[in-house]
Write a protein that binds this ligand. Structure first.
Ligand SMILES: Cc1ncc(COP(=O)(O)O)c(C=O)c1O
Length: 404
């Protein structure tokens, strides 16, 4: 008899953004005359930049001719893209990453979930709280988290590392035994960052404990300050303990186009097993490569025009972040993030619960944001707004929220 994967039954509620989407749909159906502005889900609004469109069009035309048509892509990614990644994202920052350590994919969400395929069953995971939900949920599916504990508001087998205003939105290195540490900087949802010195402490800790760090750097393009590392491989020894996830979604607007990559260094071995080889095998077996035209579009992000145009897009969103931060702070809100990240993390007013503030903003101000508690219990009392809207909507939203 067939038996389903019952680990899925331990998942709590529906995926956060589905819940938000449902609430917003219902509100709009009941109030068709209201103009709702969404600063909720972290989706971009600017169109793909001209350099990317040019490359997409050119590659599409190539597909129309027998001589230049491409079928299955190499499952680890085309060399033209992998070498552009290595040169621009790593060598240019002094990180010694080689082409065969880069695995091209359809995005960081898939990779952050799929990477757990190469974890043994008994690893204990540690996550920040609040956290991007995919890390925990994918480990729940894999049976690596134990039961959900309603009192703890989390899974018994997971180490949650509170990231609050008191800790500067940084996790504190836990005393408990753990095997896999998920870190994401610049952070979703808090917009917090980590200095190179602080990140080095995690690398040293992971090496000492023979633990693995999964470092999600999906928002590195938003770093504006000098002492913030763009890659974990800027830290000494990180090639011995860290996998890095990257995305083209937030730096170049590929949320609907889909492209990302994961770096798995060849020096990453545990118990004599190479994680680079395991991930190559996993990729080769379960993934048939990101589309040729999209990889050409990704390559264009690293061209001179592409770099200039995508930088302007990131700056546009950072300007929105400043509009939100400054506007809300002026109106008396306590706000965090927004400086090296497209997210503003604010304290809800009058000790409102996160979902209470969500309902208030939706119903009274027609603004959609994301309740902090949706990212974990330590997100309670906080709220996330994104800078990915249009400038006009961002300004209108701030005026509506502050009444100024
Ligand atoms: C921390 C983090 N990692 C990964 C992703 C997903 O990126 P992608 O669009 O490449 O799947 C997101 C998307 O919001 C994110 O916030």
């Amino acid at each position: 008899m067939f038996t389903p994967n019952k680990n899925y039954l331990r998942l709590q509620g529906s995926y956060l953004f589905s819940t938000i989407g449902k609430k917003v749909r219902e509100y709009k159906e009941a109030n068709p005359d209201k103009r709702v502005i969404s600063l909720g889900i972290g989706d971009v609004t600017l169109p793909l930049c001209p350099a990317v469109i040019k490359a997409l069009n050119k590659a599409t035309e190539e597909m129309a001719h027998a001589g230049s048509f491409r079928g299955y892509a190499p499952d680890l990614g085309y060399e033209f893209l992998r070498s552009a990644i290595v040169a621009n994202d790593y060598k240019a920052r002094g990180c010694d990453i080689e082409i065969d350590e880069v695995f091209v994919s359809d995005g960081a969400k898939s990779d952050s979930g799929n990477i757990s395929d190469i974890f043994g069953d008994n690893n204990k995971i540690a996550v920040c709280d609040p956290v991007y939900p995919v890390y925990v949920d994918s480990n729940v599916m894999g049976g690596r988290t134990g039961e959900y504990n309603p009192e703890k508001e989390g899974f018994d087998g997971v180490v949650y590392m509170p990231c609050t205003a008191e800790t500067g939105f940084l996790p504190v290195i836990p005393d408990e035994a753990l095997d896999i540490i998920y870190l994401c900087f610049p952070n979703n949802p808090t917009g917090g960052t980590i200095t190179k010195d602080e990140l080095q402490k995690w690398v040293d800790f992971a090496i000492e404990k023979k633990a693995l760090i999964i470092y999600d750097a999906a928002y590195e393009a938003y770093i504006t300050e000098e002492n913030i590392p763009h890659s974990i491989y800027e830290c000494e020894g990180a090639k011995k303990c860290a996998i890095e996830l990257r995305s083209f979604s937030k730096n170049a607007g590929f949320t609907g186009t889909r492209l990302g990559f994961t770096v798995v260094p060849k020096t990453l071995t545990y118990d004599g097993v190479s994680l680079n080889q395991l991930w190559a095998r996993r990729h080769g077996t379960k993934f048939n490569g990101a589309p040729y035209i999209i990889q050409r579009a990704g390559e264009a992000v690293y061209s001179e025009e592409g770099k200039k145009e995508t930088k302007e897009q990131v700056q546009y969103y950072l300007d929105n972040a400043k509009i939100i931060s400054d506007g809300l702070a002026k109106a008396g809100y306590t706000v965090f993030g927004g400086k090296n990240a497209p997210y503003i993390w604010l304290k809800t007013p009058d000790n409102m619960k996160s979902w209470e503030f969500f309902d208030y903003l939706l119903e009274e101000k027609n603004i959609v944001g994301t309740p902090g508690v949706g990212f974990g219990p330590h997100g309670e009392g906080y709220f996330r707004l994104t800078a990915f809207g249009t400038k006009e909507n961002t300004e209108t939203a701030v005026k509506r929220i502050t009444g100024q």
